[in-house]
Design a protein around this ligand. Structure first.
Ligand SMILES: Cc1cc2nc3c(=O)[nH]c(=O)nc-3n(C[C@H](O)[C@H](O)[C@H](O)COP(=O)(O)OP(=O)(O)OC[C@H]3O[C@@H](n4cnc5c(N)ncnc54)[C@H](O)[C@@H]3O)c2cc1C
Length: 278
């Protein structure tokens, strides 16, 4: 699984499949009817996968599920499309509203499940309808029914599978859209340790604080366990400086949580999702 996660960490999956759209429904029916454990992933950019791997079948939604259509100001896209491609498509059609998302290295399905956001924007701002597969049935939820909140939706932690998403954007000026995308991406390059594997922000933002600032103020910038390190560039990121194991990252996360709790009485909750045989 280290080949399928941006952290470059994780043992083997028993089975790994990348279905095309028509195969998704029969595949999940088969897995459920036969009680075969499965794990759905997108681009693996918010995951810490166990060194012991993942039991059962890992289903990956990626390029096989990345069709995209335009209807006026509405974009309908399949769940495996990368947000960078979605952003480029919106720009091509002079549609504004997805600039915040174009630098997030995930798929649309993963972004919906986590209500991904950045620089003041969140997926919930643009989503009108989400088509999901739930207990073998295809359903369509409105944005309001998705129960979006900070890094959360009704999908996260449930058995629902996002198949496609309809998003409403606004007509915009292409050079302004492109300018904003470039500016936000430059901010990422300036602030984030993009030259090391990571899963983005390790912790959610605790109310009233910034996780990175708390970690830095606790003296943990550069704190290292094995191959895992609190980034020197941005303390909110745990990076893989070479050969990090999931055990290293878990130990580092728990040390950071304990020390920040002791110093500031704030609980840090991981944003990164732990999957596999932990
Ligand atoms: C350098 C870097 C920067 C980042 N910056 C940001 C940022 O600014 N903002 C932000 O919010 N995140 C950020 N992230 C984290 C991550 O990119 C997002 O959370 C992204 O939305 C995850 O998408 P994914 O496709 O990689 O999902 P994965 O990591 O593969 O999966 C995440 C969760 O989504 C579920 N999931 C995936 N696809 C589906 C689907 N089709 N249906 C149902 N559930 C599904 C998985 O089961 C899992 O629980 C960053 C990560 C990195 C490495």
């Amino acid at each position: 699984m280290k080949l399928h996660t941006t952290f470059r960490i994780g043992g083997k999956a028993d089975y790994y499949v990348e279905p095309v759209y028509e195969e998704v429904k029969p595949l999940f029916s088969f897995l459920m009817e036969n009680n075969i454990p499965y794990t759905l992933i997108g681009n693996g950019s918010n995951l810490l996968v166990s060194d012991e791997g993942i039991e059962g079948v890992v289903v990956s939604f990626g390029t096989n599920l990345s069709e995209i259509e335009l209807d006026g100001n509405m974009i309908c896209a399949q769940a495996g499309i990368l947000l960078s491609r979605l952003g480029a498509f919106a720009l091509e059609h002079s549609l504004a509203g997805l600039e915040f998302a174009s630098g997030i290295p995930g798929t649309l399905g993963g972004a919906i499940s986590m209500n991904a956001g950045a620089y003041g924007g969140e997926m919930k701002d643009v989503v009108r309808f989400v088509t999901v597969l739930e207990k073998g049935e295809v359903k369509r939820y409105s944005g309001n029914e998705m129960e979006f909140s900070y890094r959360h939706s009704r999908i996260l932690g449930s058995d629902s599978i996002v198949l496609s998403v309809e998003m409403e954007l606004k007509e915009g000026n292409p050079s302004e859209i492109q300018g904003l995308m470039k500016e936000l991406n430059q901010r990422r390059v300036d602030k984030q340790p993009l030259n090391f594997p990571s899963a983005g922000s390790t912790f959610k933002r605790p109310e009233g604080y910034f996780a990175g600032k708390l970690i830095e103020d606790a003296g943990l910038k550069g704190y290292t366990v094995g191959g895992a390190q609190v980034s020197e560039k941005h303390s909110g990121f745990v990076i893989n400086i070479g050969g990090a194991t999931s055990k290293d990252v878990c130990q580092l996360i728990s040390d950071v949580q304990r020390i920040v709790k002791e110093k500031f009485d704030v609980e840090l909750e991981p944003e990164v999702r732990l999957i596999g045989r932990f």
